[in-house]
Design a binder for this molecule. Structure first.
Ligand SMILES: Cc1cc2nc3c(=O)[nH]c(=O)nc-3n(C[C@H](O)[C@H](O)[C@H](O)COP(=O)(O)OP(=O)(O)OC[C@H]3O[C@@H](n4cnc5c(N)ncnc54)[C@H](O)[C@@H]3O)c2cc1C
Length: 396
């Protein structure tokens, strides 16, 4: 079968690209080895945090930081909002500009599939890709469901995270086959794992969530080297998760981290001003943090059960220091199994920022997470899938 455009991967980026290319009258064939849009369905806890109102290129990391600018300008949060509004899909802002659907992610996926269908794109699912070639100006894709030829090939196979949702390394293999460089890959937006020592101390705290600050990196003249995040953290059975931790994992490079369990509060000052109280320390601390955590921290600093007035100044100081500067080196992350995204990918210096087309291999395009463009937590990754997919759809 011959068509104008073959898109490999029926995820957010592939479907957006297919709908747009088909709208231009191109004959489009989408191939996926599984069902379409499995990550769209899982996104935002089933309600898709599909964009962010405050989005800019600064919300993305890439070895080529200016690359996303053009595609983000070409497809803005307003564009996806207008698309949803025109189809009567309701959404709401959940803080920090994050837009979530009011309904289910299924509605968003159905809209994308509907757009592809209406514009005439054909989708073949369950197609195991056996190989890709380019001969006599045409791309050939060999699959378990037949061989297909296209003038253009769009690689929209996503990253390595969540293999259970269909992630594979096919996109990187195709990129390498055509001589493109892959920047180092790593799981990101992913929970930290405790070391055995931390696990012994904190495994009983699983389920506790609180607002905290996370800092790591060198504090030098160049403040950019030091990274700080504030938000909710969650103790899990094996480590730490929660929005602030996931965000931090995007920048973390195996260094020691410092956690402030009471950001914005000077607990040492409070202890000193209340040092005559008879309240037991862990009860007193429970005003400021979850009770189980207060108790555990007091046990670690040998203050549990002790009234505040009997604690020595030295003890109060070291407890306050421990609460504001809890230092440890995570044993690693939970890896691709639970990472929301893969950081790194196809080197964008080899691609056009306007069309996502590869300079070395004309008519070959890369879109979405397979590229070295990784967004922060908060709707930025789906937005990159829309924006890059839309850009390629206008040229493929
Ligand atoms: C649990 C979870 C929650 C998330 N929540 C959010 C959120 O709320 N907001 C947000 O912005 N981002 C979120 N993300 C990230 C976001 O979903 C992804 O960045 C985005 O879906 C990437 O789109 P993509 O089209 O590039 O890749 P994908 O959506 O991963 O699509 C790739 C497609 O390629 C197919 N494919 C892969 N390998 C092959 C192969 N060998 N042969 C054929 N087909 C193949 C896959 O089956 C898949 O359909 C979340 C991710 C996860 C895992």
């Amino acid at each position: 079968m011959k068509c104008d455009v073959i898109v490999i991967g029926a995820g957010a980026a592939g479907l957006m690209c297919s709908a747009e290319a088909a709208k231009r009258g191109r004959s489009v064939l989408v191939l996926d080895h599984g069902k379409p849009g499995r990550k769209v369905l899982a996104s935002g806890g089933g309600r898709s945090n599909f964009t962010n109102l405050f989005l800019s290129a600064e919300n993305y990391i890439s070895e080529n930081p200016d690359f996303p600018k053009s595609a983000l300008a070409g497809f803005t949060p307003d564009d996806i909002v207008r698309f949803l509004e025109s189809r009567g899909t309701q959404f709401e802002e959940m803080g920090d500009g994050q837009l979530f659907l009011k309904g289910r992610s299924r509605d968003l996926l159905d809209l994308l599939l509907g757009q592809c269908r209406e514009n005439g794109a054909r989708i073949i699912t369950g197609a195991k890709i056996r190989g890709v070639d380019k001969k006599t100006g045409l791309f050939t894709v060999r699959t378990g469901k037949g061989q297909f030829e296209g003038d253009s090939l769009v690689v929209a196979t996503g990253g390595l995270s969540y293999p259970e949702l269909g992630a594979t390394d096919l996109g990187y293999k195709i990129a390498s086959q055509f001589g493109l460089r892959i920047t180092p890959l790593r799981p990101a937006l992913v929970p930290f794992k405790f070391s055995p020592e931390e696990l012994r101390r904190f495994s009983g705290l699983s389920g506790i969530s609180l607002k905290a600050g996370i800092t790591f990196g060198k504090k030098e003249k160049n403040q950019k080297k030091q990274k700080s995040f504030e938000g909710d953290i969650l103790f899990t059975h094996g480590g730490l998760s929660g929005p602030a931790v996931l965000q931090a994992s995007l920048y973390w490079n195996a260094e020691e981290i410092v956690i402030d369990l009471l950001p914005g509060i000077d607990i040492k000052e409070i202890f000193l001003s209340e040092k005559n109280r008879s309240t037991e320390m862990h009860n007193y601390l429970s005003f400021y943090m979850p009770r189980r955590l207060a108790l555990r921290w007091c046990e670690l600093f040998s203050c549990s059960g002790k009234p505040l007035r009997l604690c020595l100044a030295k003890e109060l100081e070291s407890l306050a220091e421990g609460l504001h500067n809890w230092k440890f080196r995570p044993a690693g992350t939970e890896g691709y199994r639970t990472a929301e995204v893969t950081a790194g990918g196809v080197d964008t210096r080899e691609l056009s920022s306007r069309s996502m087309e590869c300079g070395k291999a004309p008519s070959l395009f890369f879109v979405g997470e397979v590229m070295d463009v990784t967004g922060q937590l908060g709707g930025y990754n789906l937005h990159w899938a829309w924006a890059s997919g839309y850009a390629a759809g206008r040229y493929a």
